[in-house]
Design a protein around this ligand. Structure first.
Ligand SMILES: C[S@@+](CC[C@H](N)C(=O)[O-])C[C@H]1O[C@@H](n2cnc3c(N)ncnc32)[C@H](O)[C@@H]1O
Length: 298
């Protein structure tokens, strides 16, 4: 029995949901109700409606064992989507792996920022070529490809395991004929020109990584987080390289840390780019920047 009086693993759906939620809440896990629902529904193959319509549904012992194992992992700090093995992004279900960052809802605002441009180019030219630097699960380009059927994308990453996950995601979404991966240290193995270069690079100062939530510091790969001493290393490389890979009239769009708007705008300014638009994340912080090459005065 727990302090709330609930048994560890009652066999009915409603009882189990209550117990899992109580044990997560007791451990101080913020979104205990949601995490309980995700774990129980996933491993029991039930839905929210089942819990309402058939609360007394009995679950088999192997299912209970799987839920208990998942609960132990969550109590040990593992994020719920890592336990499930997938996460929703822009309406797409994406597989995760130990080599990939778990895509965040804030990154959906980067997709929102560039989508009108991708649509416009695709309409005008019948195609839109996208390069995503640091693709991880492939979240950003796959979201764009799912919205714009004429678009094609290259997802580049320095981690082969991340690229394997991105390819798996493209395949299961039926997008693999328009999505390629390249193992590349930023631009080192990239060739060709693109209408859009997009990136959510690592941007945390290395001295700040120890202070991140345990769910992030313990489970997102360090290479996906560490932006160097001032968090800006990747932006400097991307700013310096972008012009050589951009089509005339092309754009570059970036996710940034909440306090990096001025620094990243300056870095791209020095490289010859002007800021066209900026967007906020779901909490209202500066989170996305869109640049184009500065037009030289005659
Ligand atoms: C913050 S994660 C973003 C992942 C994904 N684009 C997303 O938004 O969910 C940064 C990504 O950059 C990749 N990365 C780190 N250093 C890199 C490098 N030198 N060249 C290419 N990719 C790199 C990491 O492996 C990671 O997948």
């Amino acid at each position: 029995m727990t302090e709330t009086g609930a048994t560890a693993t009652p066999a009915t759906l409603a009882g189990l949901l209550r117990t899992v939620r109580a044990r997560l809440a007791e451990a101080g896990i913020g979104d205990a109700g949601l995490d309980a629902r995700l774990i129980v529904e996933h491993f029991s193959g039930t839905t929210r409606t089942d819990a309402i319509v058939s609360p007394d549904r009995e679950l088999a012992p192997p299912v209970l064992a799987e839920i208990e194992a998942a609960l132990s992992r969550r109590l040990a700090g593992e994020p719920v989507h890592r336990i499930l093995g997938f996460r929703e992004f822009y309406g797409l279900r994406l597989f995760l792996s130990p080599e990939t960052l778990e895509p965040r809802p804030d990154t959906e605002t980067l997709v929102d920022l560039v989508l009108p441009f991708v649509r416009e180019v695709a309409k005008r030219e019948g195609a839109c070529c996208i390069l995503d630097l640091g693709t991880g699960t492939g979240a950003i380009p796959l979201a764009l490809l799912s919205q714009v059927p004429q678009a094609t994308a290259i997802g580049a990453d320095v981690v082969p395991g991340a690229l394997a996950t991105a390819r798996r995601n493209a395949e299961q979404l039926g997008l693999s004929d328009r999505f390629e991966t390249v193992e590349s240290d930023w631009f080192s193995k990239i060739s060709g020109r693109f209408h859009l270069i997009v990136s959510n690079p690592p941007y945390i100062k290395n001295t700040d990584i120890g202070a991140l939530q345990r769910e992030v510091r313990g489970f997102d790969p360090l290479l996906a987080l560490d932006g160097g001493d001032d968090g800006l290393d990747a932006y400097r490389v991307i700013a310096a390289g972008t012009a050589a890979y951009l089509e005339v009239g092309g754009r570059v769009a970036l996710e940034i840390g909440f306090d990096q708007r001025t620094s990243v705008t300056d870095i791209f300014g020095v490289a010859g780019f002007e800021l066209l638009a900026a967007g906020n994340d779901l909490a209202g912080n500066d989170r996305t920047l869109l640049f184009q090459r500065r037009i030289k005065a005659l």
